[in-house]
Write a protein of this length. Structure first.
Length: 241
């Protein structure tokens, strides 16, 4: 039971449940004759893969949707690199989902060879979360994402465009499977680990990267050490153990 409960509360299952709610809303509130939904679209990139939670294709444009299943207070600005989640006294930083979805949108735009004004980025928060700062119109709760899509009433794609886009998504995506998902998660973990390693190798005083240097004078000529790239303004140095 403990294992089952732990699994149900895992980030993976939270993501699955969040995506389920978005899918369910699309099923009941979007006309299938007008809107075509693609779920878990994994696209290859130059450095690995990118995974888009939902893509909705219609004559009103292509909607690229990032889902966040979170609770607590959410603080953020569209230009901030990191947003904040606060649950009582516990505070967590997470990547700005608008920036995250921008990368998804750019990748899909390139794959489809589509004009950027025909694509719309949308971030949907599900779960018991509350925005504590003003959010742009394309960051919404579950109930707001259908309204955001339906407010677009100017046709910008014809039937031929829609068929071509759907074919490109279907043929260009990696096969939806557990293996595809696992490989993508491994890729993301590798990127996070590399980023963390770069951060760990930053100067504790000014935050700039540390670089490997060699002593030319003193008691230990030829000995290597980590020196701040901000030298001579910052003279922080750490010995190699």
């Amino acid at each position: 039971m403990l294992i089952i409960i732990s699994f149900l509360k895992s980030p993976f299952m939270k993501g699955v449940f969040g995506e389920f709610l978005v899918n369910l809303s699309a099923k009941f509130f979007l006309d299938k004759n007008i809107y075509t939904l693609f779920k878990n679209v994994t696209l290859p990139t130059e450095i690995g893969t990118t995974q888009i939670d939902h893509v909705i294709v219609s004559k009103y444009g292509v909607f690229v949707i990032e889902t966040k299943n979170m609770k607590g207070w959410i603080f953020g600005d569209q230009h901030q690199k990191m947003w904040t989640q606060k649950i009582y006294r516990h505070t967590t930083k997470f990547q700005n989902p608008l920036h995250q979805n921008y990368k998804h949108t750019q990748t899909l735009q390139t794959a489809l060879a589509l004009d950027p004004e025909k694509m719309f980025s949308l971030v949907v928060f599900v779960g018991d979360s509350t925005f504590k700062t003003a959010m742009p119109e394309n960051v919404v709760y579950t109930g707001g994402y259908i309204r955001f899509i339906k407010i677009k009433k100017q046709p910008i794609l014809n039937d031929s465009d829609i068929q071509d886009i759907c074919k490109k998504i279907q043929s260009g995506r990696l096969k939806p499977s557990l293996k595809t998902h696992i490989n993508h998660v491994k890729h993301v973990k590798t990127i996070v680990a590399e980023k963390q390693q770069r951060q760990d190798n930053s100067c504790p005083k000014c935050g700039k990267p540390m670089t490997l240097r060699t002593m030319k004078n003193g008691d230990n000529p030829g000995k290597q050490f980590w020196g701040c790239t901000g030298f001579p303004r910052c003279r922080t140095a750490t010995q190699i153990t």
